[in-house]
Write a protein that binds this ligand. Structure first.
Ligand SMILES: O=C(O)CCC(=O)C(=O)O
Ligand SMILES: [Fe+2]
Length: 419
């Protein structure tokens, strides 16, 4: 039996819209708010996508007022009023779609990471020290209930530009690959490395250098696969509704030559030649350790996705460009690109996470349609989409197709792409 999305498709909302504001009001009305406490939070969201606002300055806004358990949430902000946080829509959305969870250390790290990815000190009232403790708990719960139903801005190009990723899109267009710098923190890298090494060290000696099916192996990997910069690039190349194709780690020891020659990642799916003009699969590689020349980094042929062919047998790595990048970077490439990896030429191990994504009509290498309900339930809607739980495929009954899902896929512009 396929796992169900936690929040039904018709309950999903776009950040800052009227349905989002109504859901926030309901969530706060249902909360167990403390008696006698007042609270106000006013936000102006600048640079909202065009499909959400006709206002010339393309802004949205909302004000939350709590006064002794009475809740009002209004859909507009008076510019002149004091204490209004004026935020970029797409940046603020990074925090609005982050599920904090109940572990305070994890929540603190996730808030820090969202702020880093937004390049801005996004205010989060529940994070402030002068707030009533009981109110704080209720606000955190309400925040998470909203994050669990909020989808990312479907205008992928507008989102990418607002997040500072325009150059990455240009590089994908021109060379077929790009590197996201400072994409994850050193602490997160260390946590990922520990867990990757645990997986690899406990595997039987004959299983090789990869550990696969990571989304079933722990929360860190769940968090990684929905990295908002990576998802933005994936949706740019693959269209909305794209799936996780594979999530695996590689631990590469001294002298190891894991990828001799060159290949295109389309090979695993035996994509027919000539490849479609649009991209059907793309791969993100996280440098959990430095990728320098002696580390055995990835090597790639710029522009080779335009060949629209698999790599002819016997093609060598000669002439390829090394993707050298420090720990904390993520390389992202069009899956038709010809690439490989250099042998490791020094002691120690190169640890990397390889998250591949594919168009929603592709058949992924890993199956997540039966993933534990608990895992889906603690993640935002993009996770359910990536696991293939939101599309219509394979979900027909004896009396026809699942039209709710089909409608959702159409309305959400699955497959529509600017690329
Ligand atoms: O390990 C590497 O550097 C390259 C791995 C690879 O080919 C891939 O993830 O598609
Ligand atoms: Fe590859």
């Amino acid at each position: 039996m396929a796992t169900a999305p936690k929040i039904s498709l018709d309950q999903r909302v776009e950040f800052g819209t009227d349905p989002w504001i109504r859901a926030l009001a309901e969530s706060l009305e249902d909360a167990n708010l403390p008696v006698g406490v007042t609270f106000r939070h006013a936000v102006l969201l600048r640079n909202a996508p065009r499909h959400l606002t006709d206002l010339p300055d393309s802004s949205l806004g909302f004000v939350v007022d709590i006064d002794d358990r009475r809740v009002t949430v209004q859909a507009s902000v008076d510019d002149e009023s004091s204490n209004v946080s004026s935020l970029d829509y797409n940046r603020a959305q990074l925090l609005a779609t982050t599920v904090l969870g109940t572990n305070p250390d994890v929540a603190a790290r996730r808030i820090k990471d969202a702020r880093h990815l937004a390049h801005s000190e996004l205010p989060l009232p529940l994070d402030s020290s002068d707030l009533d403790d009981d109110l704080k708990i209720e606000l955190r719960r309400a925040h998470d209930r909203m994050a669990l139903r909020t989808i990312a801005n479907p205008d992928v190009v507008q989102r990418a530009h607002a997040l500072g990723l325009a150059e990455n899109l240009d590089e994908l267009d021109e060379r077929g690959y790009t590197v996201l710098h400072d994409a994850f923190s050193s602490e997160f890298a260390d946590e990922l490395r520990d867990e990757a090494h645990r997986n690899h060290d406990s595997a039987p000696p004959d299983v090789g250098f990869r550990a696969t099916m990571l989304l079933k192996r722990g929360r860190l990997w769940e968090e990684a696969v929905i990295h908002p910069w990576v998802i933005t690039l994936a949706e740019y190349l693959l269209g909305r509704g794209c799936l996780v194709y594979q999530s695996d780690s590689i631990v590469k020891g001294p002298e190891l030559d894991t990828h001799p020659g060159l290949h295109a990642d389309y090979g695993a799916s035996r994509v027919a030649e000539p490849f479609p003009e649009y991209c059907v699969e793309a791969t993100a590689v996280w440098a959990i350790d430095d990728f320098d020349a002696a580390a055995g980094p990835t090597v790639i042929v710029p522009g080779s996705f335009r060949n629209r062919r698999h790599v002819p047998p016997g093609t060598t790595r000669e002439g390829g460009v090394l993707i050298e990048m420090p720990k904390g970077s993520i390389a992202f490439w069009h899956g038709a690109s010809w690439h490989g990896a250099m042998p490791r030429q020094r002691s120690g191990r190169r640890t990397s996470l390889h998250n591949a994504y594919a168009r929603f009509f592709m058949r992924p290498l890993e199956r997540y349609d039966d993933i534990d309900q608990e895992i889906v339930d603690r993640n935002p809607p993009i996770f359910s989409t990536l696991c293939g739980l939101d599309d219509a495929f394979g979900k027909s009954g004896y009396h026809g197709a699942d039209f709710d899902r089909m409608r959702y896929a159409a309305q959400s512009k699955y497959g529509a792409t600017t690329y």
